[in-house]
Design a protein around this ligand. Sequence first.
Ligand code: 5GP
Length: 191
Amino acid sequence: MSKGLVVILSGASSVGKGQIRKMLLEDEELALIYSVSMTTRPKRKEEVDGKDYYFVTHKGFASAVKNRELLEYTEFNGYYYGTPKNQVEFLIEQDKNVLIEVEAQGVGPIKLNIPDALAFFIMPKSLEDLEKQLEKIYGDDTVSARNRLNKAKMDMELAPLFKNCFSNEDPKAAYLHIKEIILAELKRREE
Ligand code: 5GP
């Protein structure tokens, strides 16, 4: 049986990957299924458990790590995030194409497990721009804004390792570029 394609969407933290992710997931031609991550971060008001994340306790996350249930995981801003292995493996075995969104350090471990995964890196227009965006999102919570900015700087150091880097300046253009590359890869696999 042929296997589904794994697409990894990564980039500097808080760079606005969500908007590009939404366009990719809504594109019926790509037929991508979102890999829902597990996190210990508290649920935001607009988020839905099982759709945006599986929100778990610290103990639940530790048990998933201990039982090797995650393809990769990371600690960020005091919370844990990880990609459930079973879900991704099940989908690709069913010949489904899967979209995984992770911060930059998560890409290496996924590629080790799934070497033919296609990885994309989203860059901010500039660090100043990202800083402004973070101030807007986090308002008085300057600690979170600072942590995310520092993480974004670390993430961006990994950008040169990616073949496919796009700016978030024009999310629609980034989505179209990514779509083109995914379709070319799917076509190549059919041949
Ligand atoms: P947020 O708290 O804003 O939802 O996510 C914070 C960061 O964690 C984002 O950069 C997001 O891409 C990343 N992230 C979400 N899920 C995972 C995951 O399963 N693994 C890793 N490594 N990063 C993740």
